[in-house]
Write a protein that binds this ligand. Sequence first.
Ligand code: FAD
Length: 405
Amino acid sequence: MKRPTVLVLGAGYGGLATVVNLQKKIGTDDMNVILINKNAYHYESTWLHEASAGTLAPEDVRYDIKGVINENKVKFVQATVEAIDVDGKNVMTDAGEFPYDYLVIGLGFEGETFGIQGLDTYALGIANVNAARQIREHIEYQFATWSLEEEKDDSRLTIVVGGAGFTGIEFLGELGNRVPELCKEFDVPKEKVRVICVEAAPMVLPGFDPELVDYAVSQLESKGIEFSIGTPVVEATPEGVKIKKGDDQFEFIKAGTVVWAAGVRGNRLIEETPIESKRARVAVREDMRAPGYDDVFIVGDCAFLMNEEAGRPYPPTAQIAMQQGVTVAENIIALANGKPTHKFVPDLKGTVCSLGEDDAIGDIFGGKKVTGTTASFMKKMIDNRALYMIGGVPLVVKKGKFKFF
Ligand code: FAD
């Protein structure tokens, strides 16, 4: 019997979890598993806010894919996917074409700018390792230039962060710690620096417990961060952003750095396939397959799942992406053996939002609230657990949040 070819696109949390769980459960001759990813490394997207603020080195956010796959069972191809032909069962990349029997699309998230004028051009996004490096270096450049220029333009030292959701708040938490360091490094008086969070919605961290949100806001404010809530960004220009403050009232914030952290969508390549999607996220069937395509699975941020109990979609998270990878691996093995697939059931363990190196808020184990160093410790445990699930103890020792050496 012909060995089925399983093609996994993307070595993010969902794609890697699929591959690692497949390689645990299959023999060397059972299937041809091919993992395709743009880079030779995986990056921890959940740590990108740290690399962006400059509180973690970009190298610490990533690790080699070949270090966590079993090359006797999985072939890794470094390539950029250019098109997916789900009817012809073929994937086109810059390294050639790859036909498949089963496809897993785990190409992750992209920033969503909701068509707001100028954002694509003038705002930076926390999208991947190099985008994080760009934000860090851009901020450092602005601080260094301010120090050197004779006629000082203080707006260089203003950082606007668009979005008070999870990513925006975690990034602000890092900036709260990083700005005093930057001031020292670049001889900048602290009072010259402004960090402003601009949010369109009337609240910070929607979905989080209000008491925890109050804690987060007051901790960030104590580090000098300003909030402008219920004030949508309507335009970005090379000089800053225009925000709407009332029916006919607008304010322009002059800023040397604008970071957009207010929305994500799935990978645009999905929209070029006949698979139905909304903002490139596919409402998957209960076994994680795409509607209408029995041989195509979608994992991670490209998948859309409704939480029927709560009446709202599950948020796109690494936690869910990794759990989906486990189910997808099991379902591919089931299909290859002519057995029925099973339903994906998320097992939500709570959410912890970091507010910098030593502070966080968390809503865990079905409603237990934690703050401060306890929550921060939990966050590091969660980060380490994600590493453990992919690469076991060796990866935790090498890349984990608690340093062993
Ligand atoms: P990704 O992790 O997005 O990976 C996609 C992979 O596909 C990447 O390796 C990419 O290089 C590759 N790829 C993309 N396009 C191509 C192409 N054309 N060809 C080849 N390869 C390609 N979630 C949590 O659960 N907890 C958190 O605390 C948390 N914090 C976050 C903080 C930040 C700053 C951000 C940005 C996100 C955070 N998230 C968090 C969300 C989480 O990171 C995402 O939900 C998760 O990364 C989605 O995983 P994924 O498998 O869909 O893909």
